[in-house]
Design a protein around this ligand. Structure first.
Ligand code: HAM
Length: 426
């Protein structure tokens, strides 16, 4: 019989049973370990923010996907991403923070998405952001963090590739060309262009020409833009860019730095990557499985003007968000999701109520040594206790029956070897 809706998790959300929770904790531990090794500090913010923090004017999908509600005259929203909350936190202490700062978060985010493989309505995201560093050394460090994570979880040598572009380059090129008279149309143009993979070139051209849209190019101009997105080498991009474009120099420098990290060979220049969020201003990137079977594993870029747009001082920033869903699918596809044991060391069982106090003392003594100990709470037969403990992956079972009590011992059964010994019960 189908369960009534109220008894099911809402569509696109997940319950985490112990096995799944162990995998989630394992993945988060990898995120945290990479962040720690790179000298990043963890921060957090509320999952509910004022909706206005997220509502922007560039027609981004993320705004339409907001879970929002009004309570006591306040318009609130569940965070769809971390970047605005982090910006809010930086702004609140802008004068007091020592820059550049390196912050990371591991948080749950909410987006009312159309569900496809790899996309849910809640997901966890590992964010790594550097604030206060204008140079591409920050981008290089962040990309190194992505590859460090991939290596930690067993995805090496090109199983995931990064596609990288510069919005500054596209902006310089278009402002010298089709957007000469209309520089404001750049951010909404990026939002449209980001859909190229999803909706195809013709639909992008239609949207760029939409007389009711924010970009309003002529069909010839729109086709020129789409052609520009086909560029796959920095040299070709340089030929289309205004002479001496600083964005080209930045891209070349970034690849030199990536080479020093030993990851340049896994990063491709791809002019079609612009990202769907309007706040990016410089280098932008996304990582995909090499076969491009799944959606982006992670994405990020430079957003030097976000703080000013929120009314704060000008502080350059760059970062990425790395979700838990696509990486888990990719790891599962490659047989790399670890089957994690429960991590139980001992099971302690009193055989009879008279022995319960002694069993409690044994369990507490083992716990004080740092061992993970399950104390059998009700009545159980030794055979059942042993079978359950074995199934749970425990290493030993401590049994206290009347006989052991009289002799002042505990019977310890080692589950791996099947051997038994008596330990003094004191
Ligand atoms: P984003 O591309 O919207 O960027 O999300 C980053 C990553 O989060 C995606 O590549 C994907 O792994 C995961 N993700 C996003 N939406 C979903 C979903 N509905 N279901 C499953 N996974 C999802 C941002 O959010 C930016 N704030 C990242 C950033 C940080 N940029 C600078 N700093």
């Amino acid at each position: 019989m189908a369960k009534p809706p109220a008894l099911q998790a809402p569509r696109g959300t997940r319950d985490f049973y112990p096995e799944e929770m162990r995998q989630r904790s394992w993945l988060f531990a990898q995120f945290r370990e990479v962040a720690r090794r790179m000298g990043f500090e963890e921060v957090d913010a509320p999952v509910v923010e004022h909706a206005e923090l997220f509502t922007r004017k560039a027609g981004e999908e993320i705004v339409e996907q907001l879970y929002h509600f009004t309570m006591h005259d306040r318009h609130l929203a569940l965070r769809p991403e971390m970047t605005p909350s982090i910006a809010r936190m930086v702004m609140a202490r802008a004068g007091a923070l020592r820059l550049p700062l390196r912050w990371f978060t591991v948080t749950q985010n909410w987006r009312y998405e159309r569900m496809t493989r790899g996309r849910k309505r809640e997901h966890f995201q590992w964010n790594m952001d550097v604030w206060g560093e204008p140079g591409v050394a920050a981008e290089a460090e962040l990309l190194a963090a992505i590859f460090a994570l991939l290596a930690r979880v067993g995805l090496g040598a090109g199983q995931v590739r990064v596609q990288l572009n510069s919005r500054a380059l596209l902006e310089d090129t278009l402002r010298a060309g089709v957007l000469r008279a209309r520089p404001d149309a750049f951010a909404p143009l990026c939002v449209v262009v980001d859909k190229l993979d999803k909706i195809g070139a013709d639909a992008v051209v239609d949207q760029l020409c939409d007389p009711a849209g924010a970009v309003q190019l002529s069909p010839a101009e729109a086709r020129d833009v789409v052609a520009l997105l086909g560029t796959r080498s920095i040299d070709d991009a340089a030929a289309a860019a205004p002479p001496g474009s600083p964005a080209i120099a930045e891209l070349r420098r970034l690849f030199e730095l990536l080479d020093a990290y030993g990851i340049a060979q896994y990063v491709d220049f791809d002019a079609s990557v612009v990202r769907g969020l309007a706040y990016y201003t410089g280098i932008v990137f996304e990582a995909y499985d090499a076969e491009r079977k799944l959606r982006a594993v992670c994405g990020g870029g430079r957003y030097d003007r976000l703080l000013e747009a929120l009314g704060g001082p000008s502080i350059p920033a760059v970062g990425f968000g790395f979700g838990d869903v696509v990486i888990a699918e990719l790891l599962a596809d490659h047989g790399l999701l670890p089957a994690l044991p429960r991590g139980l060391d001992d099971v302690v069982c009193a055989l009879g109520e008279a022995q319960r106090a002694a069993a409690i003392r044994v369990a507490e003594r083992l716990r004080a040594e740092g061992r993970a100990v399950e104390l059998v709470l009700g009545e159980s037969r030794p055979k059942r206790v042993l079978a359950d403990a074995d199934k749970a992956g425990a290493r030993s079972v401590w049994l206290l029956g009347p006989d052991e009590a009289t002799r002042g011992v505990v019977k310890v059964r080692d589950l791996a070897s099947g051997t038994e010994r008596d330990e003094p019960n004191s």
